[in-house]
Design a protein around this ligand. Structure first.
Ligand SMILES: O=C(CO)[C@H](O)[C@H](O)COP(=O)(O)O
Length: 224
């Protein structure tokens, strides 16, 4: 059922897309539906260019005939459309379930708008106990993990079968839960100050609005 909710949210985001736009193309199973529809719209004549947030999205976009560009040609994007793992009423996000958080944050941060597409299961009141992906350099990863633990987190190295998961940027992901997250931006800052941390999956202030798919159809949620 939640796939139907992902589809309705993922497709609705394209209502905001116009000819000539440069789009950030997110990563994940909700964005999948955006890309499928975007591919059809491009075949019908829509003129856009996309910057993918992961190798997986790049492959899919190419298969669908979606024209791609890069930051050198387009340092400012019009809209990024991307999913999320958790969304609070203040539109703070946890991202990185697919391991693409670093490129996702770079692309969203360079965009005039970030449209987030989720099914209703992603709505949470807070990030207390929510798994937060943190991208770390492999060198001295044991030390970085201990420093994350010293901040009060419960870290787990993300696996890919029997191996450690490796991101598109050749880093590892540590998934961390904190019993209490009273201040999302402050937690991001504390994690980011650790030398081995490249980026966190906390996006405190990048979402412009969120499209939520549910049995009711779609709700467009603004920051409250
Ligand atoms: O951040 C992400 C990938 O790094 C995804 O946007 C997030 O994990 C949501 O994915 P899905 O739409 O498959 O639930």
């Amino acid at each position: 059922m939640s796939d139907a909710y992902k589809r309705v949210a993922g497709e609705r985001a394209l209502d905001y897309v116009k000819d000539g736009m440069v789009l950030g193309l997110g990563t994940g199973s909700t964005v999948y539906y955006t890309l499928q529809k975007l591919g059809r719209l491009v075949q019908e004549g829509l003129q856009i260019k996309g910057i993918p947030t992961s190798k997986a999205t790049e492959v899919m976009a190419k298969e669908l005939g979606i024209p791609l560009t890069n930051f050198r040609e387009h340092p400012v994007l019009d809209i990024t459309i991307d999913g999320a793992d958790a969304v609070t009423p203040k539109l703070e996000l946890v991202k990185g379930g697919g391991g693409a958080l670093l490129r996702e944050k770079l692309v969203a941060g360079a965009s005039k708008q970030m449209i987030v597409i989720v099914d209703e299961s992603k709505r949470v009141d807070s990030f207390d106990g929510v798994s937060i992906p943190v991208e770390v350099v492999p060198f001295a990863v044991e030390t970085t993990v201990e420093r994350i633990r010293a901040l009060g987190g419960r870290p787990t190295m993300r696996q890919d079968g029997d191996e450690l998961f490796v991101t598109d940027n050749a880093h590892y992901i540590v998934d961390v839960t904190f019993a209490s997250v009273p201040d999302v931006a402050a937690l991001h800052d504390r994690l980011k100050r650790l030398t081995g941390v490249v980026e966190t999956g906390l996006f405190p202030d990048l979402a412009s609005f969120v499209i939520v798919g549910s049995a009711r159809g779609v709700d467009v949620v603004e920051r409250s």
